[in-house]
Design a protein around this ligand. Structure first.
Ligand code: SAH
Length: 212
């Protein structure tokens, strides 16, 4: 099957038409082969307007949500980004197209290994993946210009706030199972300003740390 046409349609109908305007972002979505991040039987659905299963009870987010979250990070190409919840690695690839360096943490070793192999095969050299609890962040790689959390928590874990640079941004779904709000958090003069964006549904962030 030829995936060029459905990918182009995804960019035009799901992203452009809904107001995603950033040129670099649109180019990244036109380039990254989303079908390679799902199992063979789901490939023909990879460019449709919904999330898909990636096994182990987890999902690859709907393309529009990946785009919306990425747009709020306002990446210029110079940033070091921390991603919590590698999953399929699709969002990781989009970030790697737009930022300088991406560090991504996944708690399930099977998913992490699969994503790591695929991203290497695709030629990315600016991605580091580790298996672990993303709620503790990645102190050895901190600080980060941007943090993206692709699983829902009640609040942004303290360690992640600590590992964010001054003037940095965090995008995260916050709230309970079926009542989450995509939230942008900006660090300004040591304080955190939070803006609600829209309702959303993500799988839960599973963490041992007491605040989640
Ligand atoms: N960005 C992914 C979406 C993955 S769904 C994609 O594009 O495919 C969210 C992922 O977060 C799941 O893979 C889940 O295993 C992972 N996750 C949940 N809790 C976590 C935690 N505490 N630390 C790291 N990863 C976590």
């Amino acid at each position: 099957m030829n995936y060029e046409a459905p990918r182009k349609a995804m960019v035009e109908e799901q992203l452009l038409r809904r107001g995603i305007k950033n040129e670099r972002l649109l180019r990244a979505f036109s380039k990254v082969e989303r079908h390679r991040f799902v199992s063979r039987d789901l490939m023909s659905n990879a460019y449709l307007d919904f999330p898909l299963s990636i096994g182990e009870g987890q999902t690859i987010s709907q393309p529009y949500i990946v785009a919306l979250m990425t747009e709020y990070l306002e990446l210029t190409g110079n940033e070091k980004v921390l991603e919590i919840g590698t999953g399929s690695g699709y969002q990781t690839a989009i970030l790697a197209e737009l930022a300088k360096e991406v560090c991504s943490i996944e708690r399930l070793s099977g998913l992490a290994a699969k994503a790591e192999n695929l991203l290497k095969e695709m030629g990315y050299t600016n991605i580091k993946i580790k298996v672990g609890d993303g709620a503790s962040g990645w102190p050895q790689q901190a600080p980060f210009d941007r943090i993206i959390i692709t699983a829902a928590a009640l609040q942004v874990p303290f360690a992640l706030r600590e590992q964010l640079k001054e003037t940095g941004k965090i995008i995260a779904p916050l709230g309970e199972a079926f009542n989450q709000v995509l939230t942008l958090i900006e660090k300004k003069e040591g304080r955190f300003e939070s803006t609600d964006i829209c309702g959303c549904v993500f799988v839960p962030l599973i963490s041992k740390s007491p605040e989640e």
